[in-house]
Ligand binder design. Structure first.
Ligand code: GUN
Length: 301
């Protein structure tokens, strides 16, 4: 998606405008700390035969994926979960990954299973996800859980979209009756998030690569969530003054992690998530909450 326009801050080579004092930064670390404390308290009073346990499967050694997995394992330790990391070589076959998933499905100390995505091209990701016991599918990507989400029945919900809703609720940002635009339609983020926003009575537009005039939609939105993964795709001229912007895009650059929102968005939006420190911590916190929920369901709590 390209807006095909010159951004205001580029005119005449002027420096980007500083954020207005009124922009509210939606601090994902602070909101995640509340979720993690709730999970840690539940673990401290846990009556089940074994502590809640999460297994993370990493295939290969892609540095960003390995970093995400380290963060997830560390978070498990912080809240007192049992945690297992299964490392498979980048050459692993679908059968190899299915064998690991099968063993974790049978392991009574494991209540949640997450297979880190993306998987190497020789591995059939859809088969792997479908092989996870849906009661342990803390990523919420199994067709059973996605079906539950679509039909509004309780189930495990994908971590990043659920984390976005928790973050908005933490800051008491209204959703019902609002015009929301979601950029991106992935199964991990855009698609489930659009469903969650609709369930909360937002009017939702989903934009993707083939959407004509995306800016015409975002400029009317009260809430814009960008999950594209293209730094700066969201310029200030895409945003209605006073809108809330949630930046799910995370791209690694030599200068560090950057989101989809151009820094100038802070001069137009009323509230904005930082990158890093916005949605990322919410994804991990929601993974812990989902694992606790899976463990509670397992013991009938
Ligand atoms: N890779 C990037 N985000 C995610 C996620 O939420 N779950 C899994 N399994 N892999 C990811």
């Amino acid at each position: 998606m390209s807006n095909g326009m010159t951004r205001p801050e580029c005119v005449g080579g002027a420096a980007p405008p500083a954020a207005l004092p009124s922009v509210r930064w939606l601090d994902g670390r602070a909101a995640a700390a509340v979720v993690k404390q709730r999970v840690a308290d539940a673990v401290a009073h846990w009556k089940g035969p074994v502590a809640p346990g999460l297994a993370v499967v990493l295939v290969g050694s892609d540095p960003p994926s390995a970093a995400y997995v380290r963060g997830k394992v560390k978070a498990c330790r912080q809240v007192g979960f049992h945690s297992v990391q299964v490392d498979l070589p980048a050459t692993a076959s679908t059968a190899d990954v299915l064998a690991s998933v099968g063993a974790l499905n049978r392991d009574p100390a494991v209540h949640g299973i997450l297979v880190q995505l993306p998987l190497p091209p020789q591995v059939d990701a859809a088969r792997v996800i479908q092989a996870i016991d849906s009661a342990k599918d803390v990523d919420g990507l199994h067709p059973d859980n996605l079906g539950r989400l679509i039909s509004g029945r309780p189930g495990l919900v994908p971590c990043t979209p659920a984390g976005v809703i928790t973050l908005l609720d933490h800051y008491a940002i209204p959703i019902a009756g609002r015009r929301a635009v979601v950029l991106g339609r992935s199964v991990l983020v855009g698609l489930p998030l659009s469903l969650l926003l609709m369930q909360r009575d937002a009017t939702v537009t989903v934009l993707h690569r083939q959407s004509p005039d995306p800016r015409e939609h975002t400029r009317q939105a009260d809430l814009v969530v960008s999950a594209v993964g293209r730094p700066g795709i969201l310029g200030a001229d895409w945003i209605k003054p006073g809108a809330v912007v949630v930046d799910v895009g995370i791209t690694r650059t030599p200068a560090g992690l950057v989101g989809d929102a151009d820094p100038s968005v802070a001069s137009v939006a009323s509230a904005l998530t930082p990158v890093p420190g916005g949605v990322g911590p919410m994804t991990v916190a929601t993974l812990l909450a989902n694992t606790l929920r899976a463990a509670e369901t397992h013991v009938g709590a």
